[in-house]
Design a protein around this ligand. Structure first.
Ligand code: FES
Length: 565
């Protein structure tokens, strides 16, 4: 081992005397009670994101202990270190605003601390993307370990899983067919174990994408958080990190345009979260790999949805694990994937797939001959309302609304939405198009507010879906005919800011179009009357975010974190 370059001597603290730096580092490491010999081993950092504010990561201490076991058994020196943790639903205004902060934290702590490789332990929606982004920029050998999904709960004989069922029951409560006592009972049975949301939401989608990208061990995405498989995967991940350190295998050697294309295929085939496209764009962008929306649509047209998990189907992540996990899906997709793509193990994707998954529950993972849907889950839209693009998850939408021309009912902000959506006097019909403005990355941190509630008076009349359009995001666990990520966002003066009540809007999933049917002269008049852009926060990270966040089409990364080509 070259002591200048590796192990505990990597990246010496600068006191102007290198020998003193080494001596001092050893001095403090002796305080840990480790043997002098163990300090000569390759150092494997373990980036932990346990937090009492992140219930999805509740089992992480046990998981990390398993990683430590694996590292030690393989001859490495495990070194745990904390980073920011992002518990979805526990951050104001939205976890999305802090994904980039966590990415900065991970990047600099991986780069600044002496480690030969890092195991990234995350799970809840924004944590895995942040860890990937940070590790990609740090350019140190890295491997991802996810927390694993929750197991399902029960309510009156029905299986429940966060968070598609959270939304389903909330919609029923708003519609008046579930009362306050029942919704309180449901609330206690939706999230009953450690782990990430039990459906194909953002966390599960990212877990699958990390596996197909080659950044996690084969078969590691789906094991439930409380299953012994999860601990075995953690131990194997620790051992793999030692091998990765020895090989010096950096993320840039693992994640290539081919593996990003494979990840897009899988995103479409699993009916994955819309958020994952933003995260994949941001992470790939850190390695200089861009995602072409036209390619996404071309892939979507030729990729069937094979996985029957909520919100697209009826099953849960624990069912996918029991049905062969992601490898069962990858086997079905073999001829659509680039099997020569590298993985963190040193094998190609094709080599890791081997002979096949054995028994597969075909009610969970469909065959190519009998897919859940013939085409992929996502469609990138373009048009006069979204010159930079917008996204719809057609696999979770109502096909009856795919070709809609309707009257706009506009909410100018999240506060306006909250104040008026349930107003009995709101002028709204089931055939209208609900529009939310100023909920994009710069305008509001891009919360998961794109799942606009059906106005109470329509919900009570039995309306369950309407076309809804915004520059916000939507939870991966949500469903409906919802157009998201409209770019440029309203806060940047995009056409979305120019929509007024009564305008006609045309959505065509068939033509991949989203158009505002208002003539140009009128739009110019409205544009001239727009107020000047808001100054944003005056200090701190929120100012940095406001000034530098990119649009959804570029992954909402900080512009200075994207390498210039
Ligand atoms: Fe953590 Fe859904 S809230 S994964």
């Amino acid at each position: 081992m070259d002591e200048e370059e590796a192990g505990v001597y990597r990246g010496l603290t600068d006191y102007g005397d290198r020998e003193f730096s080494r001596y001092l580092r050893r001095t403090f490491l002796h305080a840990t009670g480790r043997s002098p010999e163990s300090l000569e081993r390759p150092v494997i950092g373990i980036a932990t994101s346990a937090s009492d504010f992140n219930p999805c990561h509740r089992a992480q201490p046990e998981l990390v202990e398993s990683v430590v076991r694996g590292v030690t058994a393989a001859g490495g020196l495990p070194m745990r270190f904390p980073t920011i943790s992002l518990g979805e639903g526990f951050l104001d205004p939205t976890a999305m605003m802090f994904r980039n902060l966590m990415a900065l934290d991970v990047e600099e702590m991986v780069r600044a601390q002496p480690m030969d490789a890092v195991v990234l332990v995350g799970g809840c929606d924004k944590t895995v993307p942040a860890q990937l982004m940070g590790a990609f920029s740090a350019s140190r050998p890295a491997i991802q370990l996810v927390a694993g999904p929750m197991s399902t709960g029960r309510h009156h004989g029905e299986r429940l899983g966060a968070c598609t069922d959270c939304r389903r029951f909330w919609a029923r409560y708003r519609g008046g067919d579930v009362d306050a006592a029942q919704i309180a009972e449901v609330e206690r049975n939706l999230a009953t174990t450690a782990g990430t949301c039990a459906v194909m939401g953002t966390a599960s989608t990212m877990a699958c994408l990390v596996e197909v990208l080659g950044m996690a061990l084969p078969g590691s995405a789906t094991a439930p958080a409380v299953h012994a498989d999860r601990l075995r995967i953690a131990e194997a991940t620790g051992a793999a990190a030692v091998e990765i350190a020895a090989a010096g295998r950096t993320p840039a050697q693992v994640v290539t345009p081919a593996s990003v294309r494979n990840a897009l295929r899988v995103l479409l085939a699993i009916g994955g979260s819309t958020n994952a496209l933003i995260h994949l764009t941001a992470a790939a962008g850190r390695l200089g790999i861009t995602i072409d929306p036209d390619e996404l649509n071309a892939l979507s047209a030729t990729t069937p949805v094979l996985v029957e998990l909520k919100p697209t189907g009826e099953h849960y992540m624990e069912d996918l694990h029991a049905s062969g996990g992601l490898p069962a899906v990858l086997h079905e997709l073999r001829d659509l994937l680039d099997l020569s793509a590298p993985t963190v193990t040193g094998e190609t994707l094709g080599e890791t797939l081997g002979a096949g998954p054995g028994w597969v529950d075909r009610s969970v993972v469909r065959t190519r001959a009998e897919p859940a849907r013939a085409t992929g889950g996502l469609v990138w839209l373009r048009g006069s309302l979204a010159p930079g693009g917008a996204l719809i998850k057609r696999s979770a939408a109502d096909p009856a609304l795919f070709e809609t021309t309707g009257r706009a009912v506009v909410f100018t902000s999240l506060a306006d939405l909250a104040a008026r959506v349930d107003d009995p006097d709101l002028d709204v019909e089931p055939s209208d198009v609900l529009v939310l403005q100023h909920a994009g990355p710069r305008g509001a941190g891009m919360p998961e507010a794109g799942y606009l509630p059906i106005p109470a008076k329509l919900a009570r009349a039995g309306v369950r879906d309407m076309v809804r359009i915004s520059d916000a995001r939507m939870s991966g666990t949500a469903y409906g005919t919802i157009v998201l990520h409209v770019t440029p966002e309203a806060a940047d003066g995009g056409p979305l800011a120019l929509v007024r009540n009564g305008d006609r809007i045309r959505l065509s999933v068939r033509d991949s179009r989203l158009d505002l049917l208002v003539d140009d002269a009128e739009l110019e008049r409205r544009r001239a009357a727009l107020p000047p852009p808001a100054a944003g926060p005056a200090t701190g990270y929120r100012r940095l975010f406001h000034q530098h966040v990119t649009g959804a089409d570029q992954g909402c990364d900080l512009d200075f974190c994207i390498p210039q080509r």
